[in-house]
Write a protein that binds this ligand. Structure first.
Ligand code: MLT
Length: 410
């Protein structure tokens, strides 16, 4: 008799974004004349930068010619992209990496989930609350937790509350954990960690023999250079951290799919007999077996992001989204809401007015303003009473959404 993975049955609801999509579709079907503005899921709206598109086209054409055609690429990614990242993305930060430490993939969502393959089930995992739901749900799916309690916490996972009181950055726990997920600039709160805050976690990880999973998918949106873009800017991080980065939001690749994971050769964890094993070796083994790499044209397009022209165009798109963030932040603060984030991240995290619940505010905005956002409680119990708006919309829609919300709050 075939049996299912029982751990999936512990998950208490559908994945957050499809659930929001379902509610929005139901509303739109019942109200066909409503012009619904979607600032919920962080999906980009600007087209690919022209230099990126042109490299993409050229690479597709190469596949149409016998002399330049290629089949399987390296599972870890092509050297031309890896070398570009070493030189253009990391060297300017003072971070030196070698080719074997960068793995190209089809997304950070997948990588942050798949990396769990190489860790023992009895590791103690800590995640922020609120958090990008993938970190929580994939640990539940793999069997690292017990059932969920009435507050929404899964037994066995350590939750690190991120509240106004701690500036939405998790304090290191008193107890010992083995793996911790950090995300900066943060999804969902839109806040960004300082070097000192990350140093606190690196020191903790080194002292407790823990590994940090650092999700830097939004690093391109840091506008104040004082903030670190990579955990490897922190001394000691190469001995305890794995970093995830993505082209999705940076360069409009949410539909194209390209990301990278950096697993430094120095990061190790313990085998059952006590010897140290390099995570890089295990991740390479995992990827070589379960993944056949990202397509050649996509990797050419990704490398073009870092060409002079490509970078100028990419940066202009990032600036466009950050201007949206400013419009949302200032427009809603001006209407009396308490807003966080939106300065070094494309998300605005606002306190719901009058203390109403996150889902009640979601319903109010959807039915009265025809604006979609994401309820803070969908990211974890500590997100209750908060609401996330994404800055990835097009300008006219963003301006109109802010205007509609302001009118509604009057
Ligand atoms: C979000 O809205 O949180 C993101 O778009 C989700 C993702 O990147 O997978």
């Amino acid at each position: 008799m075939a049996r299912v993975n029982e751990h999936y049955l512990k998950l208490n609801a559908g994945y957050l974004f499809p659930e929001i999509g379902r509610r929005v579709r139901a509303f739109a079907a019942a109200n066909p004349s409503a012009k619904v503005i979607r600032l919920g899921i962080g999906d980009v709206t600007r087209p690919l930068p022209p230099a990126v598109l042109s490299a993409f086209h050229d690479a597709v054409s190469e596949l149409g010619d016998e002399k330049t055609f290629m089949g399987y690429g390296p599972e870890q990614g092509y050297d031309f992209l890896i070398d570009t990242l070493i030189e253009k993305a990391y060297a300017p930060l003072g971070v030196r990496l070698n080719r074997a430490e960068i793995f190209i993939s089809d997304g950070s969502k997948c990588d942050t989930a798949n990396i769990l393959d190489i860790f023992a089930l009895d590791n103690k995992v800590a995640i922020a609350d609120p958090v990008y739901p993938v970190y929580n749900d994939t640990n539940v799916m793999i069997g690292r937790s017990g059932p969920v309690d009435e507050r929404g916490y899964y037994q066995g996972i350590v939750y690190l509350p991120c509240t106004e009181a701690n500036g939405f950055f998790p304090d290191v726990p008193k107890e010992k954990v083995d793996i911790v997920y950090l995300c900066s600039p943060n999804n969902p709160t839109g806040t960004v960690a300082t070097k000192a805050q990350l140093k606190g976690w690196v020191d903790y990880a080194l002292a407790n023999d823990a590994v940090i999973f650092f999700d830097a998918a939004y690093e391109a949106f840091i506008t104040e250079p004082v903030y670190p873009r990579s955990i490897f800017e922190i001394d000691g991080a190469k001995r305890c951290a794995v970093e995830f980065r993505s082209f999705s939001k940076t360069a409009g690749f949410t539909g194209v799919r390209c990301a990278l994971t950096v697993v430094p050769e120095e990061v190790t964890a313990k085998a059952p007999a006590g010897e140290r094993v390099a995570l890089n070796k295990l991740w390479n083994r995992r990827q070589s077996t379960k993944f056949n790499g990202v397509s050649y044209p996509v990797q050419r397009a990704a490398a073009a992001v870092y060409s002079d022209e490509g970078w100028r165009q990419t940066k202009a798109i990032v600036d466009y989204y950050m201007e949206n963030a400013k419009i949302i932040r200032e427009g809603l603060a001006g209407a009396g809401l308490t807003v966080h984030g939106g300065v070094n991240a494309p998300y605005i995290w606002l306190k719901t007015p009058g203390g109403i619940s996150s889902w009640d505010f979601f319903d109010r905005l959807l039915t009265e303003c025809h604006v979609v956002g994401t309820p803070g409680s969908g990211f974890g119990p500590s997100g209750e009473g908060f609401f996330r708006l994404s800055a990835f919309g097009n300008r006219d829609n963003v301006v109109e959404a802010v205007e509609r919300i302001r009118r509604n709050l009057r």
